[in-house]
Design a protein around this ligand. Structure first.
Ligand code: WT7
Length: 662
């Protein structure tokens, strides 16, 4: 057995066929059934260049490309020589085709007054005017094609406008999640050598003001001391909190009031940088993932269209609950959705503000048809109780989506039944910041679903499970998930760190893109993600993925969330340590601990039986909901941690964990 092998112990066999009525409800299916998928997939893999060129022709190009793909491992160029503009294709194109008055963005603010929350509808024409004004304002501040503009804002429509305005003038953006602190801004601004920051006075979050402008001020002070002075800060007034003013500061409304609303989109090369997005590696400093113009535009819009079956004019309302600070927000709130001419809903605040039913209220109020969220959120909804969704009319929903981590079968079934009323398919989309768009995913009208599996590769994606030598693994043998052919939205590198790009993605299995996930493919060809390979636990020579053990624990009645890591063990070398959060009405006890251990033994086998279980109120997570297992490993080993915790959502969690009941 090579070290790439991961043993699979979990088996799930329930199959959910797409409902025959779905295609009609969605205004017609793009991919009609499994055979249709297989046919198109086959064509796309045999000749990806023709496949992607046909799709790319559906966009506006100012100058056509001369070559579809130029590929020399690990560097891809797509649509070589082509000139286009992403903002034009998201916005101006809709206006030119006579749809300027249609709703592009539906926005709902968090606070509620006597008349309910603030709601705004922005049309494509509104977006054209507002992106043009801001684009002209940025130009007046000296922003030029190729510069990097940092965006640190709350979830307001102006955040999308800021991204699009940068794209309009060929400046790259670097969006920093508004939940990060000043230290995160410093690292990212410095790495990107960004001179302009767009921010808000503050952001609403669970009824509190997040002081975004104060955080930017603090970051600017450190940056100036590091000789990386920020020249301009543009501030949107959202909350009305008091802010300190510096010579570098400008009010957004002052700059845009006088700016012209005409700004012809810049002709960008297909390979011009569209944005940088920093993603925290499991260790070390964040990586600035580079995405470029043409391939990213074509791929995100094509995946959004097929994976959600978006049909313009079919009364669809699409809502992705992510923040624009993550790649999910980039690709599937803004860039992939706007070209499809289906309104994209943005919500400003927390899911439990003012109460735990806020999301369901929003679904009912706007008649949302497509709802895309993360497993960590789904498990929180389960914990909060069924009464919240049950109070609202969710009958408008047609397609549900999941992204960010493996969805355990129990959460999948709850989502399917309680939110989807048993009638909506769940598209469990596997992808990464680096891949730009969906890679392995069901198609709603075509793919029979198995809870917990992200099913099949998207068109043109040559995904495989291999060992260290790049040899494909037999059915159900766990191994390394790789992509063997380039795809249009793939990352074009790590900003300023060529070697890290090569080492991280292209070295372990030569010639193939290494995703860093362990996975298996079952006998029907379905893909199952088993967890990050860095998190694999080696128990007595058996390599276990974290996902399966966690899924077994969560399937126990008392458990809402679980994280599993390896810990030093005298006999086995490595033992299994489990951190477990209990549901309402369940108390930590030795009897429960024992029952959980037996439960895991019964579900997946004695090899995975936890050697230690700790009950805890909460788990250390990143703001995007990923469990930070590297921190748990230190705690399980009884070590003081000296690791980077700047992306941790709640700092008090670590102290609480150390005191947790063992
Ligand atoms: C990692 C990428 C993709 C946008 C949000 C996260 C995990 C993501 C799934 C899924 C199982 C998933 C993987 C992946 N992941 N989606 N549907 N099933 N695992 O982006 O922060 O770049 O994280 O998230 O481990 O490698 P990201």
């Amino acid at each position: 057995m090579t070290s790439a092998n991961i043993e699979s112990l979990l088996h799930e066999n329930r199959l959910f066929e797409p409902a025959a009525t779905l295609s009609k409800a969605l205004g017609g299916a793009y991919v009609k059934n499994a055979a249709d998928y297989r046919r198109r997939y086959q064509r796309s893999i045999e000749d990806p260049e023709t496949f992607w060129a046909e799709i790319a022709k559906g966009f506006d190009w100012f100058r056509p490309w001369t070559k579809v793909l130029d590929w020399k491992v690990p560097d891809a160029q797509w649509f070589v020589g082509g000139k286009t503009n992403v903002c034009h294709n998201c916005v101006d194109r809709q206006v030119l085709q006579g749809h300027g008055h249609e709703v592009a963005i539906i926005w709902e603010g968090e606070p509620s007054g006597a008349n309910g929350p603030e709601i705004r509808h922005l049309s494509y024409r509104d977006l054209q005017r507002e992106t043009s004004k801001l684009a002209n304002a940025l130009k007046a501040l000296g922003v030029r094609k190729g510069d990097v503009v940092t965006i640190y804002m709350g979830m307001v429509p102006e955040l999308a406008i800021a991204m699009l305005a940068c794209a309009r003038i060929g400046a790259a953006h670097s969006v920093i999640f508004g939940g990060f602190a000043a230290a995160a801004i410093v690292d990212r601004v410095q790495d990107a050598q960004s001179k302009v920051i767009l921010t808000c006075d503050g952001a609403w979050r669970r009824g509190q003001v997040v002081p975004l402008k104060d955080n930017v001020d603090a970051a600017c002070e450190t940056l100036a001391a590091n000789h990386a002075a920020v020249e301009h800060v543009v501030v949107l007034r959202r909350v009305g909190n008091a802010v300190k003013w510096h010579p570098r500061d400008h009010w957004w409304h002052d700059l845009t009031l006088t700016a012209s609303d005409a700004c012809p989109p810049e002709w960008c090369d297909a390979e011009d940088l569209l944005f940088l997005l920093y993603t925290s590696g499991s260790t070390g400093k964040p990586k600035g993932i580079r995405h470029t113009t043409g391939g990213y535009m074509v791929y995100t819009a094509a995946t959004a269209k097929e994976v959600f079956n978006l049909v313009p004019g079919a009364h669809q309302v699409y809502w992705c609950t992510a923040d624009c600070g993550w790649v999910t927000g980039h690709s599937y709130i803004v860039y992939g959705i706007l070209p499809n001419r289906v309104p994209t809903l943005m919500y400003e605040g927390a899911p439990n503000a003012p109460k735990e039913d806020r999301f369901w209220e929003i679904v009912a109020r706007h008649r949302v048809t497509h709802f895309y969220t993360a497993p960590t959120a789904i498990r929180a909804f389960m914990k909060w109780g069924d009464e919240h969704p049950k109070r609202h009319d969710l009958s408008s929903l047609k397609v549900l989506g999941s992204v960010g981590e493996p969805i355990n079968p129990e959460a999948w079934i709850w989502y399917h039944d309680t939110i989807g009323g048993g009638r909506c398919p769940i598209v469990d989309t596997w992808w990464q910041t680096e891949t730009g768009g969906h890679m392995i995913t069901p198609l709603p009208c075509a793919t029979p679903l198995v809870p917990g599996s992200c099913t099949h590769p998207f068109f043109g994606i040559d995904a495989a499970i291999v060992n260290e030598n790049g040899e494909e693994q037999p059915a159900n043998a766990g191994g390394l998930l790789v992509i063997r052919k380039p795809w249009p939205a793939m990352l074009r590198g790590i900003h300023g760190d060529r070697q890290r790009y090569i080492d991280t993605y292209w070295s372990r299995v030569p010639g193939m893109y290494l995703a860093g996930d362990g996975a298996r493919r079952d006998e029907r060809g379905y893909f199952w993600i088993m967890g990050r390979i860095d998190d694999v636990i080696n128990v007595s020579g058996h390599r276990l993925g974290t996902m399966e053990v966690e899924s077994a624990l969560v399937a126990h009645d008392a458990v809402v969330e679980a994280a599993v890591v390896g810990m030093p063990h005298e006999i086995k070398g490595t033992g299994v340590a489990a951190f477990v959060t209990l549901g309402p009405g369940h108390e930590a006890s030795d009897a429960l601990r024992k029952s959980l251990m037996e439960h895991v033994t019964k579900e997946i086998g004695a090899i995975a039986r936890p050697d230690m279980i700790r009950f805890t109120q909460a788990l250390p997570k990143t703001r995007s909901g990923k469990i930070m297992r590297r921190l748990l490993r230190d705690i399980a080993a009884g070590k003081e941690s000296r690791q980077d915790t700047t992306t941790l959502e709640d700092y008090t969690v670590l102290a609480k964990l150390r005191e947790s009941d063992e």
